[in-house]
Design a protein around this ligand. Sequence first.
Ligand code: 13P
Ligand code: SF4
Length: 363
Amino acid sequence: MQAQPRTDFTTSAVTLPPVGLSDAALRYGVVPMPDLSWTPEVERETAHLYEKVKRVIPPVEWPFHAPYVKAINDLKRQRNAVILAHNYQTPEIYNCVADVVGDSLQLARLAGESTADIIVQGGVHFMAETSKLLNPNKTILIPDAKAGCSLAESITGADVRALRAKYPGVPVVAYVNTSAEVKAEVDICCTSSNAVKVVESLGVDRVIFLPDRYLAQNVAAQTKVKIIAWTGACEVHERFTAAEIASYREGDPDLKIIAHPECPREVVEVADFAGSTAAMIDYVKKNLPRRVLLVTECSMADNVASETPGVDFVRPCNLCPHMKRITLPKILESLVYLREEVTVDLALAARARRSVQRMIDLG
Ligand code: 13P
Ligand code: SF4
């Protein structure tokens, strides 16, 4: 079967270099868009990757993904590039082209350890900025610069300065879902997997915690430290309600319900377990429940499903429109044209890096 090259993405008006490129051009210059035909060679070279996703991608769709998968993996090698993909990326990205997958903390740590020249961020803009903070000399690319985050957009550096003026001497903890401008104003960062540990590491009786009011409530429930919260929310997780979860529970009392701590407190309270995306995946892999409800972004269930045959996933998930901006065609474009490059002002980056590094140094 001959798949047609996808046309649902734009290309830059660039002059392509001639065929027969030097090593330097392959590494650092714009290269021609690879042929995207579905051929026996593509089928053969991607067969082992299709095995990983066959539970969630029907055979009829694979000929459309496979040419991109092969082209991206070839170009990664030529460019000495790696793809860091968040757990919310679609299964064909997560399983077939990503070099590293994980939650925000894992991606931040691994970004700092990478020896690649180029990092392509399969995720949203604040994640790419964090990679840049930890790798100031590398090229960091995001396949769609509009991949934002409702949490990161809920607060500015000026807001943090105003909070400090209102609560003098109270340290500020920022969730990594913030811009570099905000990270530059705070004392330390945290992710959903280490938030309680970070808050308690400061040795004070109150902290300002921003920007997620629900994560703040869920942290407050686990510590004696008083939490002063900002009012941001994740547009994906705030839509879940306790009534919705209860109705699933009623339908199947054995159902395991696992929630992300960006969900409202009332949702986390009725869940069997709450944790970061990586902790949710670990829970499913270790406990292999018969049926499970992942109260989080949609792609998580597909990604875990590929690795946990026998587990039945109930799917009342919400899509993150920002994460879904990242697609195979855009990743390929990013590697061909070396765009969109993520940069951070050097002085600001030095201040923002301190708060991210302080979190990483906590271990
Ligand atoms: P994790 O750190 O749990 O992966 O969550 C981050 C997040 O909300 C990504 O959108
Ligand atoms: Fe931001 Fe929520 Fe999307 Fe994560 S899922 S990127 S927190 S909007």
